[in-house]
Structure formats: C-alpha cells, structure tokens
Ligand binder design. Structure first.
Ligand code: NAD
Length: 441
C-alpha cells in the first residue's frame, strides 16, 4: 500500500515509521522545511524511545520518505493520514485550520480513489468539514475522483509510542462505506495478528471516542488528586488508599497516581475542547469542568508546600528541580506543570537550577535564561535549599542521600510524584513532603 502521512510530529512520525516498519511505502510530509531537511539527514524533531533507530532503518531500506511536497506525495496514494496539530483556540475549541488546510491540499492533488484518515484529535463533525473541503477543491478542477473520509483517532502515549502503535490495546476506526472499511482493515492487518482488536464504528462515534478516552484519563488523575488532598487533611495516606482501591478490578490500579496535575499536549486541550463542544450544543460537562479546576489547583500544591515550609518567604533561596517534561521519557514541555511551578518560584524571588534527561532543549524555548539548566541531577543541588521532584524519570528513583546531603544547603525534599519512601528519606535527616500524605508531623 502507498501511504501519505501529513504532519510529522509525535503522531505523524510514529504512524509513518511504524507503517513502513511492516512493509508499506510511506511518505511523511510536513510544511516545516527545516524539519524535513533534518529528517532526511536522520535528525529527529522529537525524542521518543526507539524511534530514531526505526526511522534510520526504514529510510535506509527505501520504504520511508520525507517530503515538503504534498502534491507528489498524495498522487497514487491509497491512504492519506492527516496528523497535524489541533491546538486549542482562544475559546478552548479545537482549532481545525491545519486539518482543513491539509484536506484542501488533498482535494487539490489526489488523482485516484483515496481514503483520507483523520488521525488528529478532532471534534465530532470534523469529518463532514474535511469531506466538504476536499469536495470543493475537486469541484474547482472539475474532478470527480472518489474518496472516503475515515476517523482513526490515535491512542499512543508519548514515551511508549512505538510499542503502543505496534501492539495497540485497540484500533478505533470510523468509516462510512464498506470500501473504506476494507482499505482500513488491510492497512491494519499486520498489527492485529496477536489478537489486538480493531473496532469499526460510525465516524462521529470514533471522533467522540478519543475525547471520551482522554477525558476519562484526566478524570482519574483529578479524582486521585482530590482524594490525595483530602487524605492529607484527614491524616490518611493516599499511597495506601491507592493500593486499597486499585485492587478492585472495577477500579483497576492503573492511572490512579496522585501528583502535581496533568499536562502535555493532549489532556488539557482535549478536556477543554469537549467542554466547549458540549456548551456549543447546549450541554454542560459538569464533571469535566471540575476535572479542569482540580487540575489547575494541583499545579500549585507543591509550591504551596514550599512556601509553608519556608514560612512564606523564599526570596533569594535556590531550588533544585529534577525533571521538566510533563511526564518521563518524553521531551514534550507543552502545558508541563513544571512551567507553572517555576513561574511561581521565580515570582517569589527564588532561583531555580533544573535538570531533565531530555527536555532541556525544549524547555529553553519557553524559559530562556530565567533559570539555570544544570549539567546533571547532582549539579542542580549545589547550594540548593531544597530539591523538588517534578517528573518521575527512572534515574531519579534511587538517589544517593549522602551525596544529596553534602551538596545541598538544607536537607529538604518536596516530592511531587511520590517516588520515595518517607521513612527512608527522613531517617537520612531530610525533611520530606509528598502528595496526599502528612509527612512532617
Ligand atoms: P505536533 O505539533 O507534534 O506535530 C504536528 C505537525 O504538523 C508539525 O510538524 C507541523 O509542522 C505539521 N503541520 C501543520 N500544518 C501542516 C500542513 N498544512 N501540512 C503539513 N504539515 C503540517 O502534533 P502531535 O503531538 O503529533 O499531534 C497531532 C494530532 O494528534 C493532534 O490533534 C493531537 O491532539 C493528536 N494526538 C497527539 C498525541 C500525542 O501524544 N502527542 C496522541 C494522540 C493524538
């Protein structure tokens, strides 16, 4: 099959590369000239474990190509994926201008039957707009080429994207014709061999599925953060409560970890977009509004603990931050809680020394030289008055407490991800704060 993937971000690049990996002829297209120039040289725009090696291999074997030229890439393609961004507009709704621009280009250049697949996260009703844009372009050049629009939301997790794509929990495809279903079934056949399910449905349901999935996950996080905050007030330990509820299979033990709030490029914008879709259609998503507000509040919880510990004055103090990305194993800084915490620390007159294994280059775009980017995790600690755990990268999990104690000014740890045992840290002479447990009685 000949595939065009438009948009070479986290989703497009992973999709294109994994389809090439199972033998398809794939061209990944982007409007960003520098990005494509780099990809042709084997330089990736993002960090995603295992992706670089796979891109290099498939490029070398001649199945994976990169191009800025949508015209030649779309011609003779069997399937065109739209995998461009859908950022939130000012009112919170998903901005469809990139998706519709790609749809118009496809209409302009397609020269045979093609299935146009929206992989971007888009609100219910977008497929109709995509179809209309393509039809308009075809009409402008008096073309009657047939096409179908399918919705195929992506569920990959940054940091585990390749595994998620190659071994999906499920593949959701919304189609409106048997012909499109047959093409999509053929496309995904190599990924279904070990029993991974493909679920066909109507297009609006597929579009809605993605928002419902992300909103449910965001709800789990905010729910646990709410419970954690109450645990702390009431003298309960959320780590125990988590285990206690997670062993009920109806609840499950995944994704119920308290922390400093969700971030990233998906949950915040998708929750907002679903609230907006509902309100535009006369419905109020009450749970999701609470999910958002709990999350906003949670981003300040660690900072509030810092202020309380230091008696409300941190001017001139230095804080070591371990982790900047919104979660481990990614360099994605979009909506990262670290940005809120850093802003608050700086506004209160403190200094910040931060280290992240892969996200520092990305973080520099928004933080510039307002903080010190340290060479490694220990370098952050020099003269630090406290250490803040922001992202639970595996290398932060077993710190050498003796070294920490020697490097730091003051022995205090604020653990925003509950990765340490309070007892062990306290026995080493540190004051220890985490989420949802009263640790310094
Ligand atoms: P991204 O911002 O990393 O990449 C988007 C790419 O599209 C950029 O390289 C941009 O240059 C390119 N682009 C924009 N307009 C273009 C055009 N007209 N022609 C060609 N290229 C164009 O975005 P992403 O994180 O990959 O997300 C893409 C979509 O997938 C979004 O709707 C997002 O919500 C959804 N999604 C993302 C994830 C994730 O984990 N990142 C997971 C599932 C779904």
């Amino acid at each position: 099959m000949k595939i065009a993937v438009v948009g070479t971000g986290y989703v497009g690049l992973v999709t294109g590369t994994c389809l090439a990996e199972v033998g398809m002829e794939v061209t990944c297209i982007d409007i960003d000239v520098k990005k494509i120039e780099n990809l042709k040289k084997g330089i990736l725009p993002i960090y995603e474990p295992g992706l670089e090696e796979m891109v290099l291999r498939n490029t070398a074997q001649g199945r994976l190509h990169f191009s800025n030229d949508i015209e030649s890439s779309i011609q003779d393609a069997d399937v065109a994926f739209i995998a461009v961004g859908t950022p939130p507009g000012e009112d919170g709704s998903a901005d469809l201008k990139y998706v519709l621009a790609v749809a118009r280009s496809i209409g302009k250049y397609m020269n045979n039957y093609i299935v146009v697949v929206t992989k971007s996260t888009v609100p219910v009703g977008t497929a109709i707009k995509v179809k209309a844009a393509i039809t308009e372009e075809l009409a402008l050049r008096n073309s009657y080429e047939e096409f179908d629009v399918a919705s195929n939301p992506e569920f990959l997790k940054e940091g585990a994207a390749i595994d998620d794509f190659l071994k999906p929990d499920r593949i959701v495809v919304g189609v409106e014709s048997a012909r499109a279903e047959e093409v999509m079934r053929r496309l995904y056949k190599p990924f279904l061999l070990n029993g991974h399910p493909i679920i066909f449905m109507d297009v609006p349901s597929a579009e809605m599925t993605k928002y419902a999935a992300n909103s449910m996950l965001a709800t789990k996080i905010s729910f646990m953060n709410d419970i954690a905050n109450l645990c702390e007030i009431m003298g309960a330990d959320v780590n125990m409560v988590r285990k206690g509820i997670g062993s009920d299979p109806r609840i499950g033990n995944k994704f119920i970890y308290p922390g400093i709030g969700y971030g990233g490029s998906c949950f915040p914008k998708d929750v907002k977009a679903l609230i907006k879709t509902a309100s535009e259609n006369g419905y109020s998503m009450q749970i999701l509004k609470a999910v958002e507000s709990v999350n906003e509040n949670q981003k300040s919880v660690l900072f509030n603990k810092v202020m309380e510990h230091f008696g409300g004055d941190i001017a001139g103090k230095t804080f070591a931050l371990w982790g900047l990305s919104f979660k481990p194993k990614t360099d994605d800084m979009r909506e990262a809680p670290s940005l809120v915490i850093i802003e608050k620390l700086l506004a209160a007159g403190a200094n910040v020394r931060a280290y992240d294994p892969v996200a520092m280059a990305e973080a520099k775009h928004s933080l510039g030289d307002t903080i010190v980017f340290a060479n490694d995790q220990h370098d952050t600690l020099i003269d630090a008055d406290a250490l803040l755990i922001i992202t639970e990268w595996p290398e932060f999990r077993t710190p050498n407490l003796k070294v920490l104690g020697k490097l730091m000014n003051d022995k205090v740890i604020f653990d925003g991800r509950n990765i340490y045992e309070a007892k062990e840290i306290q026995e080493a002479g540190f004051a220890y704060y985490c989420i949802g447990v009263k640790t310094n009685l």
